[in-house]
Structures are given as C-alpha cells and as structure tokens.
Write a protein that binds this ligand. Structure first.
Ligand SMILES: Cc1ncc(COP(=O)(O)O)c(C=O)c1O
Length: 364
C-alpha cells in the first residue's frame, strides 16, 4: 500500500501517470467533476463549420456572448464580466476588493484561501458541521461573521460537501451584507447540475443587491475545462469599472466566444445533461447508501460527499486501491477540517458509475 497522503486533484492526471504508471486515457475521472456527456454538439458543429474564427479577433465588446449569458442567467448583460474560468475571475475580484478581513465558509474549495493568503489578508473560517450535514443557515453565518469583515466567500452548491443554501437564505445574506457594506462573493460553479438551480442560484439577485458578486464557470456543467470560459455577475459600478480597467482587450479567445455563444442557448443539451445527472445521482447515492456503514450527505450538484465506514480503509487507502483499477476518486484529506475518512465523487456515465460502485464494494 502506498504511504503517501497527498490528495490528488481531479486535474492531476499527469501526476498520476508519473506516480502510478497509468496512462491518463485509461483513467475514469470521478474527481474532476466534469459532466461526462462532453460539450454541446451544436456548439461543436458551429466551430467545425468555421475554423477560420481562429484567424479573427473576437468582438471586443463580446455582445453576442454576453447576450447569450444574460438570457441564460436572467442577469443584466451590462453586469457581466468575462474571464478565463472562475479561477481568473476569483483572483481578479479578490485583488480589486483587496479585503483586509475575509470570511471563507467551509469546508470548501482551497483556492479561495490560497488567493486570500497571497493578498495577506486576515482569514476567518465559518465551518459547517458534520452533525448538521455540512449545511449552515444564513442566521448562523451572519451570527459568526466578525465585525469589520470586508468580504464573505460562499461556494453554492459547495465543493466538496454538495450542500446548498436556497433563495430565502441567500436573500437574507445579500440584504444583511448590503447593509454592512460587506462584499458577498458566491461561486456557482456547480449550480446548474441541481434540479433546483433556480432556487439555489443568486444570478438574478445581482440585479438587486450591489454588494453581491456571482462567479460562474463553464468547465463543469458544459464540459469545457479546456476552453477556460467563465463569467462574473454584479451590478456594483465600482467593481465593474475596476474589472474593465484591469482586463486586457480580447481576454476571451474567439473559440471560447463562438462555443459560448452557442452552448448557452442549446436547450436540448442542457436538459439532457440535467436529466442524465439526476438519474445517475439517484443510482450512485442509492448504491452508496447500501454499503454497510457508509454515510452520504445531501447532494445539490453533480458531486457527493461520503464518509467511509468506521474501522475500514482511510480515504487515501481507498484512493490507492481504486486508482490501480483506473478509477480516480477524490480523497478529501486536503479539505480542512474533513480528515481522512471522507471521499468525494462526481457522477459519470451509468456504465462507469456501476464500475466504481462494484469496485468500492469489493474494496470495503
Ligand atoms: C468550486 C470551484 N470553483 C472553481 C473551480 C475552477 O473552475 P474554472 O475551471 O471555471 O476555473 C473549481 C474547479 O474544480 C471548483 O471546484
């Protein structure tokens, strides 16, 4: 058994090749959280029909792309800032806000803390508890927010717990932080996977609350992590002006511009992804619950957090057994304060999900 406790990130396929000698093409990735259906065929068709777009500059105003995003999210097209994935928008807006004191609601995606540390700001953690299924209420968050907080970061639905706050709670937070002039940044990378996405998304709330900033990507739901396309939504005039001033012209390439303009309007594809993921969520969660001693937590995205049976393998040991079979799960040891008994998996094709469940049953 491998002793190393490094948790491999879902994009660490080259590292896995080097450590385990398994070709990345032979790995079924339950750790990258990318929809397994691939990207919109309609968008692929438009791209294939006109590869000459690569030889043209994109529209500097990105009017068509922004209009497509506006219809898709119900946010005003003037309130959209485009970026190279949520990753770039996160660091852009953190450097614009430049908080002295920030709250991170956890346990969550580690990039928030990494970026905040770079800015040298004070970081406070408000952690959801296992005893509450890793879900916090707006009242609990507000009660624990220290005075003088400039920024609160919430991932909704959250990675890795899959927990989510809903509309009334989100409005309560947006209202309270508006009054205290605290920025509320919500990362909605996983929101479209939820069948209640209208209830969980704060996109349309950005038309009303000007201390609210929503970050959205296309990597996961639209299966385009290589395109590096994301967008931020806010009506805050200062944030919009600073972002515009700091961004380079044509920061989104013409391939992302073309694919994005089409895929947000591909309703057939969007419904197919939602239906497939909903079916696979039911299959995977039911199967995990049948494993003796396994506990799963409420699911709102395309990921499920599971706690391994007491006295069985640790999450790193299970990772090690499964990766040797070409099945890559996420051991949650690096998500503080989860420790070594939690794993996170995303829903893949039915055939692949069956393979994973059978392998887990054998291993445990
Ligand atoms: C919560 C969360 N936000 C953002 C990202 C990065 O997204 P993007 O590819 O849009 O930069 C990830 C990637 O795993 C994530 O889990």
């Amino acid at each position: 058994m491998k002793k190393e406790t490094t948790a491999f990130h879902g994009s660490d396929l080259e590292k896995i090749e080097a450590v385990y000698g398994i070709k990345k093409e032979n790995i079924i990735n339950f750790a990258a959280n990318v929809n397994p259906l691939g990207f919109s065929k309609k968008a692929a068709g438009v791209l294939a029909d006109d590869l000459s777009i690569i030889s043209r500059y994109p529209d500097p105003a990105y009017t068509k792309l922004k209009n497509a995003i506006s219809s898709y999210t119900n946010a005003d097209s003037n309130n959209i800032i485009l970026g190279n994935g949520v990753t770039e928008l996160l660091s852009l807006f953190l450097s614009i806000i430049n908080p002295l004191k920030a709250v991170v609601i956890g346990p969550t995606y580690s990039e928030y803390e990494k970026d905040l540390k770079r800015l040298g700001c004070e970081i406070c953690h408000i952690d959801a508890l296992e005893t509450n299924n890793f879900v916090l209420t707006a009242d609990e968050i507000l009660k624990q927010t220290p005075s003088g907080t400039d920024l609160v970061i919430l991932c909704n639905p959250n990675n890795p717990t899959s927990g989510a706050l809903r509309r009334p709670e989100l409005i309560k937070l947006a209202q309270a932080y508006q009054e205290s002039e605290t920025y509320l940044m919500i990362d909605e990378t996983y929101v479209e996977f939820s069948k209640d996405s209208d209830e969980i998304s704060s996109a349309s709330l950005t038309n009303h609350f000007d201390h609210l900033l929503v970050l959205r990507g296309t990597s996961k739901f639209f299966a385009t992590p290589g395109l590096r396309l994301g967008y931020a939504l806010t009506k805050n005039a200062e944030l919009l002006a600073s972002a515009k001033a700091m961004q380079d012209p044509w920061n989104i390439n013409s391939v992302a511009e073309t694919v994005g303009s089409v895929m947000f309007t591909d309703e057939e594809y969007i419904h197919l992804v939602q239906k497939t993921m909903e079916d696979e969520k039911t299959y995977v969660c039911d199967a995990l619950e049948k494993i003796d001693g396994m506990k799963i937590f409420p699911v709102n995205g395309n990921i499920v957090l599971a706690k391994l049976p007491k006295g069985s393998l640790t999450s790193d040991e299970l990772f090690d057994i499964l990766i040797r079979q070409g099945l890559m799960i996420r051991s949650c040891t690096s998500f503080q304060p989860l420790g070594n008994r939690f794993i996170r998996i995303c829903f893949m094709s039915h055939e692949d999900n069956v393979k994973l469940i059978n392998a887990m049953k054998d291993a445990l």
